[in-house]
Design a protein around this ligand. Structure first.
Ligand code: URA
Length: 257
């Protein structure tokens, strides 16, 4: 099959790279395994199923999916998960020279990488912060219309009652508008305090703290544990890791990219 016979000549390029080689390089499997996947009709390039061997594509422009899941084939796309420590600013630079996320990626920035943080965490909040140089991905992950779920664990003052949980599930009206709560569960209770798991798909400033304060349970500690399907897990504060292929594929899928 020639590039000219296909609709997207910028992507199916005669001087491009063979599809099975691109797939193998992206870590999908050995070339042999990738060829089998092509035979099985599991590979899509720009929305088109490819079942012939030897197709050449332009890795800079092609959108490649395996079993419907996006695979990152351009080596210059970066997706990182950081456990932001308590007391650090979420910004890339801080005009008051306080510790900030930019300090943790200073070498990458110095090497010319332009990284966006996906939303912000308050200085006093610890937990999962995603960083990427894909601006559209960052935008969609933050925008409430894409409904990407962000999970938090909050230690709050007082004993959370079932009635308050129900009240919150029905939605809460704050001074800047209503908040839809995807999930709220009390995980643990101790004398005078409760540990609450709360899931939201928006990121207005101080939203979790304001919500819980509003229902009479001020937050004493807050950690973000998950964004979409990416989990903080056992990652220690101040450490960063590169997201794996599955995690990246899931993020793109969740926001329709
Ligand atoms: N909600 C908050 O109140 N703080 C955060 O850092 C994130 C969500």
């Amino acid at each position: 099959m020639t590039g000219a016979a296909l609709p997207d000549t910028a992507t199916f390029s005669e001087d491009g790279v063979r599809l099975q080689k691109v797939l193998a390089r992206a870590g999908v499997g050995s070339r042999r395994v990738c060829e089998q996947m092509i035979d099985q009709g599991r590979i899509e390039v720009n929305g088109q199923r490819v079942k012939v061997q030897g197709m050449r594509i332009d890795p800079a422009t092609a959108v490649v999916k395996v079993d419907g899941m996006r695979v990152m084939i351009t080596e210059d796309l970066v997706h990182l998960a950081l456990n932001k420590p308590r007391g650090w600013q979420s910004t890339m630079q801080d005009e008051m020279n306080r510790p900030c996320v930019g300090d943790l990626v200073a070498e990458r920035i110095a090497a010319g990488q332009r990284l966006f943080h996906v939303g912000r965490l308050d200085a006093e909040t610890e937990g999962l912060l995603l960083l990427t140089n894909d601006g559209e991905l960052a935008h969609r992950l933050m925008h409430p219309s894409y409904k990407v779920r962000k999970t938090y664990l909050a230690n709050v003052e007082g004993m959370m009652s079932r009635a308050t949980e129900r009240e919150m599930r029905a939605g809460v009206e704050l001074e800047d508008g209503p908040v839809e709560i995807d999930e709220i569960t009390t995980v643990d209770m101790n004398e005078g305090s409760s540990l609450v798991k709360i899931v939201l798909h928006e990121g207005r400033k101080h939203i979790v703290r304001r919500l819980l304060e509003h229902v009479g349970h001020p937050v004493t500690e807050l950690v973000r544990t998950q964004i979409g399907t990416v989990q903080l897990g056992e990652q220690r504060p101040g450490t960063m890791r590169v997201l794996n292929r599955q995690e990246v594929g899931n993020l793109y899928k969740e926001v329709g990219l």
